[in-house]
Ligand binder design. Structure first.
Ligand SMILES: *[C@@H]1O[C@H](CO)[C@@H](O)[C@H](O)[C@H]1NC(C)=O
Ligand SMILES: *[C@@H]1O[C@H](CO)[C@@H](O)[C@H](O)[C@H]1NC(C)=O
Ligand SMILES: *[C@@H]1O[C@H](CO)[C@@H](O)[C@H](O)[C@H]1NC(C)=O
Ligand SMILES: *[C@@H]1O[C@H](CO)[C@@H](O)[C@H](O)[C@H]1NC(C)=O
Ligand SMILES: *[C@@H]1O[C@H](CO)[C@@H](O)[C@H](O)[C@H]1NC(C)=O
Ligand SMILES: *[C@@H]1O[C@H](CO)[C@@H](O)[C@H](O)[C@H]1NC(C)=O
Ligand SMILES: *[C@@H]1O[C@H](CO)[C@@H](O)[C@H](O)[C@H]1NC(C)=O
Ligand SMILES: *[C@@H]1O[C@H](CO)[C@@H](O)[C@H](O)[C@H]1NC(C)=O
Ligand SMILES: *[C@@H]1O[C@H](CO)[C@@H](O)[C@H](O)[C@H]1NC(C)=O
Ligand SMILES: *[C@@H]1O[C@H](CO)[C@@H](O)[C@H](O)[C@H]1NC(C)=O
Ligand SMILES: *[C@@H]1O[C@H](CO)[C@@H](O)[C@H](O)[C@H]1NC(C)=O
Ligand SMILES: CC(=O)N[C@H]1CO[C@H](CO)[C@@H](O)[C@@H]1O
Length: 762
């Protein structure tokens, strides 16, 4: 009998959980009245109860309310999750706020999941009563605006698996003893909590038996007190993800770290560490290592021994090490041996003092996708480079590379981003560059190229950024430029080339028991994506990616779709074809010898935010239709030969007067020269009222169109361009902390601008 009953029970459970129409549903009572009232009281404590899930809290069965989860059998409320899903960077899909966390929660005695991340509790303290909700297994309070000391009552939550208190900037603690009672804790995220005075932090952590993820980034930790007498640290044996980025650690790594036998993801970036110890190479399980932005003066480990010992290593970041010289980091001194295969995908060595030539063993890294070597001292690209090589992202900018572009390079078939700027390459821009069919960013600026711009460039369908500034390029701008499909608009389905993030093996935790805690962890930048075989986790992983990328997108918006040919010797006129690049956000043709008129259809470049045509020989009128380019916030036409009136639109009155200087025949307010009546009548027919009306209507339509367009480009821009850029993603996580303020300002500016435009259209 017993042998049967368990499977039977499981089948029954399965039915209860899956079937909406199951008879069982009517047997159970809906929801406990006491819990329903408690939830309603909790709802009352919010300022705006019509927002988000709270708006759906109606009817007698609170188990059906959004954000509320009940036990399928007992019908007790076991889960409350009001976390708003992020849509764009810091914009959540809704915004909840309350004076504090209302204690009516206490009546939900069976609650084991509480997610209040993203709700603004207005600098109130974390309430002590949470410590008596003993069944809690997941407690997610990130980005809640909490302040004050962490209540030590949380130490009573002995069932807690996940505790996330990240992004509460005013939160601190000076004694972490309470954590020692959280014996089930697996994930701990304290990003941004001030722990500079928490003397016993590591003493406590080192003894936690189950902790596998610890995010202690930006906690103002100055050193790691390793308590004496700790020999067998369960933490060191179990921890898989440890982030100490953005603290104030100095000197060498704590020796104790050599006992981290399970560590997969180690992030010590943005500290002031000065020595890479020899034993680091013995942490064989490492998958992601980020040691960037430190001050390493020496390393007892060479890059070869990193790679030869860590056979699971996928990304290694040693970039931006300001002391610049890590002698043993030099390439070309050893052979690569040790692993049967190498899975490294990202090698980031920007400004790491790498000199001389490339090591021959690079060819062994069959999976390498991202190679960043900018700001180093490389002088030659070996002729074998590019053969056995699948790099998609190659950044060699600001080295001492010289000579003509070697034909060997053209064998790198998958190239998506190529940056050779700031070197001394000379000769022609070879036409075989069209072989890079997946190229999205081409930067050859500040070199000594002398040729014409090859029209084969027009074959690069996916190109988003073309930067050839600061060379000695001559000849015409190729009229075929309109073929740069990804810069033109009507691509509703962006057929971006192969997604190179997909196959990335990432850290795999054991599947979390549902409800998944990932939503909260997703907001924790631990340096690399966390994912698992579990589908739910994958989804969350993607969400995290998007969030990160959108941040980056906002930051680099101006340059996302950019065309820069400035500082060359280009002649001829601006080809009419250029105006079909309607996704273009930045256009810089300044400091050339271009002549002729501004193309008459300039206003077709609807996304343009910045246009610099200064210092050329352009002449003729400024097309009045340009005043409909509502997003054009930066315009520079100085030092040309333009003539006639400067258009009157609100757009034009906003430009800096220096945008027009050096054009003796221009008139209008910005140059402080009144236009003679003749000057107005001569170049154009007088505008009658109807036409003006028309123009205004057109402008209105255009405005909405542009808004929609902005969304589409923004959306696709961010997803399409960035989704599969692990590197960009990493870079943005790296930047998130620093950029919050800048982003805020940018956002405000954009919002203000939008508001202004809305007013205008009304
Ligand atoms: C369950 O109850 C709902 C109304 O509460 C009713 O519409 C439905 O028919 C019932 N189902 C069964 C199987 O009795
Ligand atoms: C909780 O919310 C209810 C309803 O808004 C309110 O009456 C009560 O004072 C709140 N309790 C606390 C401790 O804020
Ligand atoms: C509450 O939120 C709704 C929906 O976002 C909004 O329309 C309303 O103005 C808000 N009310 C208050 C008082 O903030
Ligand atoms: C919870 O913890 C606090 C402080 O650590 C302690 O004073 C209190 O007695 C504990 N409460 C319960 C119910 O155990
Ligand atoms: C440390 O662990 C080893 C093996 O797990 C055990 O033999 C030893 O007794 C432990 N030492 C202490 C001080 O707990
Ligand atoms: C690291 O482990 C070794 C042996 O396993 C032990 O002797 C040593 O004390 C440990 N060091 C620390 C700091 O835990
Ligand atoms: C590297 O390997 C090559 C042959 O595979 C050998 O000739 C050379 O001596 C090795 N160099 C070092 C530093 O081991
Ligand atoms: C190449 O690296 C440099 C230095 O980090 C950076 O400024 C530049 O933007 C990178 N180029 C591309 C195309 O990402
Ligand atoms: C255009 O390029 C020139 C020279 O490279 C540079 O000085 C100028 O700032 C650029 N203009 C804009 C708007 O970025
Ligand atoms: C620019 O072009 C004009 C002819 O269009 C030529 O006379 C002049 O020398 C050129 N200037 C430079 C700096 O190349
Ligand atoms: C326009 O460009 C000129 C030089 O080409 C520069 O002096 C001026 O400051 C620029 N104006 C603006 C508004 O950027
Ligand atoms: C070769 C080259 O352009 N080197 C430059 C790289 O960047 C540093 C700092 O920005 C400059 O000082 C170098 O001249």
């Amino acid at each position: 009998m017993r042998a049967f009953s368990i499977p039977m029970l499981l089948v029954l459970l399965f039915f209860i959980q899956t079937s909406q129409f199951c008879f069982c549903k009517n047997i159970t009572t809906s929801c406990y009245e006491g819990e329903r009232l408690a939830l309603l009281r909790f709802r009352e404590s919010f300022k705006n109860t019509s927002q988000g899930p709270l708006g759906s809290w109606e009817g007698s069965d609170c188990c059906k309310w959004k954000g509320v989860g009940c036990d399928p059998i007992t019908r007790h409320v076991i889960k409350l999750d009001l976390m708003p899903p992020p849509i764009f960077d810091y914009y959540y899909s809704y915004f909840l706020e309350a004076e504090n966390v209302n204690s009516s929660l206490l009546e939900l005695e069976h609650l084991n999941y509480l997610g209040l991340s993203g709700i603004n509790f207005h600098s109130s303290p974390i309430p002590e009563f949470l410590g008596s909700m003993r069944r809690l297994r997941y407690l997610s309070l990130s980005s809640c605006g909490f302040s004050g000391r962490i209540p030590h009552h949380l130490g009573n939550l002995s069932s807690l698996r996940l505790l996330d208190l990240s992004y509460n900037r005013e939160l601190y603690d000076d004694d972490m003893g309470w954590i020692s009672k959280l014996l089930s804790l697996k994930h701990l995220a304290l990003h941004g909590v001030s722990l500079e005075k928490a003397y016993n932090l590591f003493q406590v952590l080192f003894k936690l038996p189950s902790l596998s993820l610890a995010d202690l980034s930006q906690c103002r930790i100055t050193n790691i007190h390793i308590p004496r007498g700790i020999v067998n640290s369960t933490f060191l044996a179990n921890v898989e993800v440890l982030s100490l980025r953005y603290n104030a650690l100095q000197g060498s790594f704590p020796d104790a770290f050599q006992n981290m036998t399970s560590i997969k993801d180690l992030d010590l970036s943005w500290n002031s560490l000065s020595l890479i110890p020899h034993w680091l190479a013995n942490l064989h399980s490492l998958v992601h290592v980020d040691l960037s932005e430190n001050s390493f003066k020496s390393s007892e480990v060479s890059i070869e021994s990193f790679l030869g010992n860590m056979c699971s290593l996928i990304s290694l970041d040693l970039s931006d090490n300001h002391h610049e010289l890590v002698p043993s980091l030099k390439f070309g001194h050893g052979n690569l041996s040790g692993c049967t295969r190498y899975v490294l995908e990202e090698l980031l060595l920007t400004q790491s003092g790498v000199s001389d030539s490339f090591p021959t063993w690079l060819g062994k890294l069959k999976w390498l996708r991202v190679l960043e070597l900018s700001y180093n001292h490389l002088s030659t690209i070996p002729s074998s480079f590019g053969h056995s090589f699948g790099v998609a992202w190659l950044n060699l900018s600001n080295n001492s590379l010289h000579g003509e572009l070697d034909e060997e390079l053209k064998n790198i078939e998958n190239l998506q981003i190529l940056d050779l700027g700031g070197n001394q390459f000379s000769g022609i821009i070879p036409s075989w560059i069209q072989n890079f069919q997946e190229l999205q960013v081409l930067r050859l600026s500040h070199n000594l190229f002398t040729s014409e711009i090859p029209s084969s460039l027009c074959q690069l369908t996916f190109l988003q950024i073309l930067d050839l500034a600061g060379n000695k390029l001559s000849g015409l701008i190729p009229p075929c430029i309109c073929h740069l499909a990804s810069m033109t608009i009507d691509k509703n389905a962006y057929p971006y080339p192969t997604d190179f993030i997909a196959p990335t093996p990432t850290i795999v935790f054991s599947s979390p028991p549902s409800p998944s805690p990932m939503a909260s962890i997703a907001s924790v930048p631990v340096g690399s994506p966390i994912a698992s075989s579990d589908d739910q986790w994958k989804k969350e992983g993607t969400k995290q990616v998007l969030k990160g990328l959108e941040l980056d997108y906002t930051k680099t918006l101006k340059y996302l779709v950019n065309f820069d040919l400035s500082l060359n010797n280009l002649v001829g006129s601006i080809p009419e074809g250029l105006t079909c690049l309607s996704r273009l956000i930045g256009l810089n043709l300044s400091h050339n010898n271009l002549s002729g008129n501004i193309p008459s259809k300039m206003e077709d470049m609807k996304s343009l935010e910045s246009m610099d045509l200064s210092s050329n020989n352009l002449y003729g009128p400024i097309p009045p239709s340009m005043s409909t380019m509502t997003f054009l916030s930066h315009l520079n036409l100085s030092n040309n030969n333009f003539s006639g009136p400067i258009p009157n639109g609100p757009q034009f009155s906003g430009y800096d007067p220096s945008s027009f200087v050096g054009n003796p025949y221009l008139c209008g307010d910005p140059v402080g020269k009144a236009c003679s009546p003749k000057g107005i009548i001569q170049p154009e027919t007088p505008v009658n009222v109807e036409e003006e009306d028309n123009a205004e209507r057109k402008e209105k339509v255009l405005f909405y169109f542009v808004v929609a367009l902005g969304f589409i480009t923004g959306f696709w821009g961010s997803i399409g361009v960035l989704i599969y850029k692990r590197n960009w993603r990493h870079a943005c996580f790296r930047l998130v902390e620093n950029l919050a303020d800048i982003l805020y300002v940018e956002t405000m500016i954009r919002t203000a601008r939008l508001k202004k435009m809305i007013k205008k259209t009304q």
